[in-house]
Design a protein around this ligand. Structure first.
Ligand SMILES: Cc1ncc(C[n+]2csc(CCOP(=O)(O)OP(=O)(O)O)c2C)c(N)n1
Ligand SMILES: [Mg+2]
Length: 1153
């Protein structure tokens, strides 16, 4: 209590008391009865904001309270009509638990000359709407009553309070006095309080958590997220609990936008314990408990005891600070190493995600609200705040908008009043000026308080208001239809919303095409001022979708029961829990839904075989079409192919006689998803992947659109970059080792997919899988060897005493474009170092061979350690893929492909760092046969013809010393003639098809050009079938031929003799390329001469240029590329140095001065 007893005017004292409570704003409309207060405010540092309606002022202050947990803004009105206008806002704050204080005027209570004019018993009227409502009848009551009003407003459960100040009291003098605000610590439940819950959870199998409105506070977030992540408990939010848990979390199942028969209710039906955190029965129930014996327990954790009623009667209550209670329970269960049964929930999540896909990319106009929300999520940063009015779109936002942070979706599912969207956006901008705020209103609700545009413009707020215009009270129309009433009187004839906005001085926009919406929104949030965007919408799709949800939910439940057994259902209190009911409803599930759910099942390789309901015959056919040797162990295939060059030597022995099939995640005829933000998306079936041997369609792959690409880039450049950089190195190592382990476990599947999509011989494909495994292992090792430098920097007098620490930091998002010839290995050369470096990435696999990348995407997506936001694998068109090159949010472009495309991309890549692995026409020089004729011939045959020459370092120009030329030539040609060409899936096939018929034609044309110009054709030269080319050896090819100068990417080699070593080194350099060269010599001087003088990225002594070890620096000079791959070197490119310069770091400073 203050000591200064000097006199002060009551209104001044009131304002001082408000300042004392930390009030920064008074918002509202004063009347003549408040003029003393207004005069006192004029002299105060509190800012006054005039609104155009008291209701709006009330909403603004309530929202400030909701966001801050404090009363920083007080709502001010006059008596009578002003005070009655506050009622809706008071009810809004009361049910929603938002702290706020209303201050109303009144006529003089000692004497008045106006009889009963304008007098309403405001205090009585506010009794049911507030926690405390009183008239200040004497000036010296001001300090204690203000303190009480603020205290009541902010203690649990927060809510509104009202003080009425009569004008005669306001103008009187009183003694100065103030009560210091004292913080009230929330009660914390003691250890015993959580015992009951811990006991129940110790015996639980499938607990689930529901987070509600009261948990939606910044300080509860961490404890709840740790609870979910560490105990691996799946979680559902209520509408007002959105954002407490990051909705992109693998444990988030969805929002309980509807009270029953939604997808999430399938999860509630199989749970044995429901942990309700922060649930308040003022909110629409997330589920309805029904009476009767139940083995399912409900644990209530909140600041308040449960409001027990017929829908909610928890068996255990923990009252006190939610965050602390949740933390206590987590710690106890963690000490027990308690593991719950998460598999059925995971499956429900996969099904739910799949069911939520339709509509999100719908391009109909007027727009489907599902698309509006999906685009919004793509455009808005994680911390943007949505402020919702009330209408049918609210259910859609609750279901479709993925909230990431607490209190970023301000929706009202307690009073559910229309008219609050715009004022709440103003309140948000008032206290969170740095976060973009978007109000979402219906055409009905918006006009209830659109006068506040004037307030927003006058005070320079930055807000965007979306008016979703269906020209109707859509919500009520939907209900009318649902009740089978005739359509009647719910349509609205609206003003021109653009002109209306402009008349207020705001910027008006109208979306006239669906594709425009995202850009308009981006513009609005990026431009200061008040924006109103009219978005024409239709609810037809929404209403059809909502009608289908119960039957789809039942179908999900039926499948879960089928897969996990009937015992999973407790068969009691939660509808629709009876198996019969679920069976009945699921029969109505649409064909589209069942197709989608089938996809989930098919794509899930770990699914239990007991749950298969599809005919075995079909599965058998699928298996036999694609599998040849599933039982072959990975170690067998490993031993067969230690390196690409060596493996062909083992070819004849690598027989697999086992034909037992395996269930692979991709089978013939499947639809394959891409991986967007770490999740599978079955968007379409636009890309047909051909079996390159049979030329039949093998499977269909979803192709990403520009907007998917935008989502991917947004995620990697925001949350992804943050999360990847923050991954501890041991976790990065674990992720990389997991890919290596999984790839090894699934090596036969990966090899077969590579053979199918690329056409390379199965033995080559196995070698490639092994290299992928090794690359991830090498990267895992590098991850824990990331060192920096430290040292003295005092190199001159001016640097006296300085020291420096140099560390490398992740460069940021990497865009990757990978080619068709090594679908696994070249992907691994990019992805593994990126994970090791802590860089998020978006990779575009070659359209002809996307499966390998997608399988790696699947492995990463299933790894709980890998941040989902950290990667996307997106097959896409060139147009959609453009952003990989041009978008500045990428900090590095890693491209492997042709020289022409590579250099073109570099020109467009603007400021980003670029690594290019391009083509070549590699040369091999055979100066002696000291290695043995057979060995040299074998190595060169492999180097020239493995994977039909489709490698940038395959032997294309072969120079053999004249002294050994004819011996070599005869043995080589004979060997080449013996190579078996044919079905690449057969074990002894060496030469599979080339990638396309077009390429087969091109290769044979180049051969023909050479023979036309006088070259001898020693063997081969012809095309066979559609895309096979015979292994070809040409002799004495004229040096101006295309096949000599350009990258062939085909099975042909140009052979010629030479006499002088120095001159042949010059001829090797006579090329615009310079990737690798091979030299067979045991003469040390010649080997060094070649190393010193060959202009290329690598010289291989006593082997072919085609030899590569995945830890070596690999890359070219001249037109062959820029930068080096090879794990350690790629990590260097993906990180950048930073120095901390320290002035006299060890000096003890005298801090007392
Ligand atoms: C103040 C108030 N009046 C009436 C209602 C009942 N109500 C709920 S939604 C709705 C229709 C809202 O129409 P609109 O704002 O156009 O949104 P739409 O549903 O069309 O998207 C009505 C009348 C309400 N919730 N609040
Ligand atoms: Mg409407």
């Amino acid at each position: 209590m203050g000591d200064d007893k000097s006199k002060i005017k009551v209104s001044d004292l009131l304002v001082k008391a408000l300042e004392n409570e930390g009030v920064e704003y008074v918002v509202g409309i004063p009347g003549e009865e408040n003029l003393d207060v207004l005069e006192s405010l004029r002299k105060s540092k509190i800012k006054v904001i005039l609104t155009r309606h008291e209701q709006a002022a009330g909403f603004i202050c309530a929202t400030v309270g909701r966001l801050t947990g404090q009363v920083k803004a007080v709502a001010l009105s006059t008596l009578g009509p002003g005070a009655t206008n506050f009622t809706t806002a008071a009810a809004f704050a009361h049910l929603g638990g938002m702290p706020c204080v209303f201050l109303t005027g009144q006529k003089g209570i000692r004497s008045t000359k106006q009889a009963e004019f304008q007098i309403v018993d405001i205090v009585s009227m506010y009794q049911p709407l507030t926690k405390y409502a009183k008239t200040i009848t004497d000036g010296n009551l001001v300090p204690s009553m203000v303190r009480r009003a603020f205290r009541e407003a902010t203690t649990e459960k927060p809510g509104p309070t009202l003080l009425e100040l009569p004008e005669d009291i306001a103008s009187m003098q009183t003694e100065f006095n103030l009560f210091e605000p004292t913080p009230v610590r929330r009660p914390v439940t003691d250890e015993k309080g959580t015992h009951g819950a811990v006991d129940i959870l110790r015996n639980a199998k499938r607990p689930i958590m529901i987070v509600g409105a009261a948990a939606n506070r910044h300080r509860a977030r961490r404890a709840i997220r740790e609870f979910v992540d560490e105990l691996k408990i799946h979680v559902v939010s209520t509408q007002m609990g959105k954002g407490v848990v990051d909705e992109r979390s693998e444990f988030f199942l969805g929002c309980a936008a509807i009270s029953s028969k939604d997808y999430i209710h399938a999860a509630l039906d199989i749970s044995d314990v429901i942990i309700m955190v922060g649930h308040d029965t003022t909110e629409k129930p997330p589920f309805i408990m029904s009476s009767g014996a139940s083995s399912r327990k409900v644990i209530h954790i909140s600041f308040d005891p449960a409001h027990v009623d017929s829908t909610y009667f928890p068996q255990v209550e923990i009252v006190g600070d939610c965050a602390n209670a949740v933390w206590q329970i987590k710690e106890k269960l963690r000490a027990d190493n308690k593991v719950f049964d998460a598999a059925p929930f995971r499956r429900i999540k996969e099904y739910t995600d799949e069911c939520m896909q339709p509509g999100t990319d719908d391009d109909q106009f007027p727009m489907n609200v599902a698309r509006v929300i999906t685009d919004m999520r793509k455009v808005l940063p994680d911390d943007a705040i949505l402020s919702l009015d009330n209408g049918l779109y609210k259910v859609m936002v609750a279901r479709y908008y993925k909230a990431v942070e607490p209190l970023t979706v301000l929706l009202d599912n307690a009073l559910a009043t229309m008219g609050a969207g715009l004022p709440n956006a103003i309140g948000t901008n008032l206290v969170s000026p740095d976060q973009p705020v978007v109000a979402i209103c219906g055409d009905g609700g918006y006009l209830m308080n659109s006068e506040e545009l004037a307030t927003a413009v006058q005070y320079g707020f930055n807000i965007t208001v979306l008016v979703l215009n269906d020209n109707a009270l859509g919500m009520i129309k939907w209900k009318q239809e649902g009740m089978n009433f005739d359509e009647y009187n719910l349509d609205l004839r609206n003003p021109d919303f653009v002109k209306h906005a402009e008349a207020f001085g705001a910027q008006g926009h109208r979306v006239s095409k669906t594709e425009e919406f995202a850009d308009v929104l981006r513009h609005c949030i990026g431009t200061k001022g008040v924006h109103v965007v009219e978005v024409p919408v239709t609810y037809r799709w929404v209403s059809d979708m909502l009608e289908k949800v119960p039957s789809e939910a039942s179908e999900i439940l039926r499948r879960i029961v089928d897969e996990f057994g009937e015992d999973i259902l407790l068969g009691d209190s939660l509808p629709p829990s009876s198996k019969e009911e679920a069976d009945e409803a699921s029969k109505e599930a649409s064909e589209e839904c069942t197709k989608r759910l089938d996809k989930v099942r098919r794509s899930n390789s770990e699914r239990s075989s007991t749950s298969e309901t599809k005919g075995c015959e079909e599965s058998q056919q699928e298996k036999s079409a694609s599998s040849s040797s599933a039982t072959k162990s990975s170690s067998e295939s490993k031993s067969k192919s230690a390196s690409t060059s060596e493996k062909s030597e083992n070819k004849s022995t690598s027989q697999s006689d086992s034909k037992e099939s395996e269930k692979w995640s991709i089978n013939k005829g499947d639809s394959v998803p891409f991986y967007l933000v770490g999740r599978p998306v079955y968007a379409n079936e636009d890309l047909e992947v051909m079996d390159k041997h049979t030329n039949e369609v093998f499977c269909k792959v979803a192709v990403a659109t520009k907007s998917d690409m935008e989502t991917a880039i947004h995620e990697v450049s925001t949350t992804g970059a943050r999360k990847m950089a923050a991954l501890p190195h041991y976790v990065r190592k674990e992720i990389l080792m997991n890919v290596a382990r999984e790839a090894r476990r699934r090596s036969e599947e990966l090899a077969m997919m590579t053979t199918i999509e690329n056409g390379k011989a199965i033995s080559d494909a196995r070698g490639e899988v092994e290299r992928l495994v090794q690359t991830f292992e090498i990267a895992a090792e590098e991850t824990v060897r990331m060192y920096g430098e430290a040292g003295d920097m005092d190199i001159a007098k001016r640097a006296h005493g300085y020291q420096g620490i140099v560390k490398r930091f992740p460069r940021g998002p990497v865009s990757m474009i990978s080619p068709f010839n090594f679908p696994l290995n070249l992907l691994a050369s990019k992805v593994a170092p990126a994970i090791a470096a802590g860089c998020p990435f978006v990779v575009k696999p070659a359209s002809r061979t996307p499966l390998g990348s997608l399988l790696v995407g699947e492995i990463l997506a299933n790894d709980p350690n890998m941040p989902k936001e950290g990667f996307s694998v997106l097959p896409c068109t060139r147009e959609s893929g453009d952003a990989l090159t041009t978008d500045d949010r990428f900090k590095l472009l890693s491209f492997t492909g042709s020289a022409s495309v590579g250099w073109e991309l570099k020109a467009k890549a603007s400021k980003k760092h670029v690594v290019l692995e391009l083509g070549g026409n590699a040369a091999c020089v055979v100066d002696d046969l000291d290695e043995g004729l057979d060995t040299v011939v074998q190595s060169i045959t492999t180097g020239a013809f493995y994977q039909s020459g489709q490698s940038c370092i395959s032997v294309q120009r072969l120079f053999v010393h004249e002294s050994i030329y004819s011996r070599f030539k005869d043995a080589f040609v004979e060997k080449v003639k013996s190579l078996k060409m044919g079905d690449p899936k057969e074990e002894d096939t060496f030469l599979g098809p080339v990638i396309s018929e077009k390429d087969a034609d091109r290769i044979t044309e180049w051969i023909k050009e050479a023979t036309d110009k006088g070259a001898n054709l020693l063997t081969g030269g012809n095309k066979q079938g559609t895309n096979f080319v015979e292994a070809t050896v040409l002799e004495n090819v004229s040096h101006d031929c295309t096949i000599y100068n350009e990258e062939l990417f085909g099975p042909a080699v140009c052979l010629e003799p030479y006499s002088d070593f120095a001159s042949i080194v010059d001829e090797v350099n006579n090329s615009r390329y310079g990737l690798q060269a091979g030299v067979f010599t045991n003469n040390l001087s010649k080997a060094h001469y070649a190393f010193e003088n060959m202009h290329c990225g690598g010289v291989v002594i006593n082997n072919v240029p085609s030899y590569r070890i995945d830890s070596q620096p690999y890359g070219g000079v001249k037109d062959s590329g820029l930068g080096r791959e090879g794990v350690r070197y790629a990590i260097e490119d993906m990180t950048e140095m930073r120095i901390m310069l320290m002035k006299e770091p060890g000096k003890l400073r005298d801090t007392k001065q």
